[in-house]
Design a protein around this ligand. Structure first.
Ligand code: SAM
Length: 281
């Protein structure tokens, strides 16, 4: 059975029920993903507790971390994180969910570590989160994507249940009883021109970033010592960001080398080879 857009308008309640079933996994994952492609109102369907536990494992929650669940339902993700020593914020548009969350936090003895607010997740400041979790429909995830990338700090983690972030590919996926979890690390912003200084050679790097991967052209200047290298431009390989960590391979004229460093706003501090650095131009 397949629902198409014209069917949705006269029967929204039935459609929402179908969507809820899809969340519950009662219909096949493929059908679910197909049918809810155009829906923006995420219904309330709680993540089972074993799925929540796996999400918290994937998030690598440490004591003191701050987790935000966007569309937090009865608060179970936030409360589970709190039991592992995190602080948490849950936001949900539905006041009944907030009431349930307060009661559940009190029953778990975690009220001192968690806050629940009734509000739209799109009005939520996520800039201080070490971890954000979502179990929201695909279009909502896509609407959220630029905010997550813009507001969260590089190195912070995002865990989504069932629905991914489109062309932003996950760093890790996991599956538990047929439910797919996606884990992302927020990449540093590395796009643009950098001047790279290394002990034996300087070059410009023009980075074209796509989420946690990038392509780049390296423009190498003419050099005569210790070996002679003509000015040339070459493409880097394996450009990758893991939070603030950047790595790429480049042949500067004397064989391929791998550069690793840490992006800190407008500077890249080299890790290997030792002593290289790059300044944003
Ligand atoms: C599928 S449930 C997930 C609940 C919880 N995160 C979990 O995994 O158990 C989605 C929740 O998002 C809430 N929600 C939907 N749209 C929202 C919005 N715009 N702002 C805040 N909450 C929203 C719903 O009320 C619902 O509780």
């Amino acid at each position: 059975m397949r629902f198409v857009m014209p069917f949705l308008a006269p029967a929204p309640r039935l459609f929402k029920t179908v969507v809820a079933f899809a969340f519950l996994g009662i219909v096949s994952g493929a059908l679910a993903a197909d049918d809810i492609l155009f829906e923006r109102e995420s219904p309330y369907v709680p993540s089972p507790q074993d799925v929540v536990d796996r999400m918290i494992d994937l998030a690598d929650i440490k004591p003191g971390d701050y987790l935000i669940d966007l569309g937090s339902g009865d608060g179970r993700i936030v409360i589970t994180a709190a039991k592992r020593g995190a602080r948490g914020l849950g936001v949900d548009i539905d006041p009944r969910r907030i009431q349930e969350s307060h009661a559940n936090a009190a029953a778990a003895g975690m009220s001192h570590r968690v806050v629940f607010e009734q509000k739209d997740l799109f009005d939520t400041d996520i800039g201080k989160a070490d971890v954000v979790t979502t179990y929201l429909l695909p279009l909502v995830n896509l609407d959220l994507r630029p905010r997550l990338l813009e507001q969260m700090r590089p190195g912070a983690r995002l865990i989504t249940h069932a629905f991914h972030m489109g062309e932003w590919l996950p760093d890790t996926t996991d599956i538990i009883r047929g439910r797919v979890l996606y884990a992302y690390v927020i990449p540093a912003k590395a796009a643009g021109r950098w001047k790279v200084e290394n002990e034996d050679i300087n070059f410009f790097l023009d980075i074209d970033q796509s989420y946690q991967t990038f392509r780049a052209a390296a423009h190498i200047e003419k050099r005569t010592l210790p070996t002679s290298i003509d000015a040339h431009t070459t493409q880097i390989r394996d450009g990758r960001l893991n939070g603030t960590e950047i790595s790429f391979a480049v042949d500067l004229g004397a064989g391929p080398r791998v550069f690793r460093g840490r992006v800190d706003n407008n500077t890249i501090h080299g890790i290997s080879p030792r002593g290289w650095k790059a300044i944003r131009q």
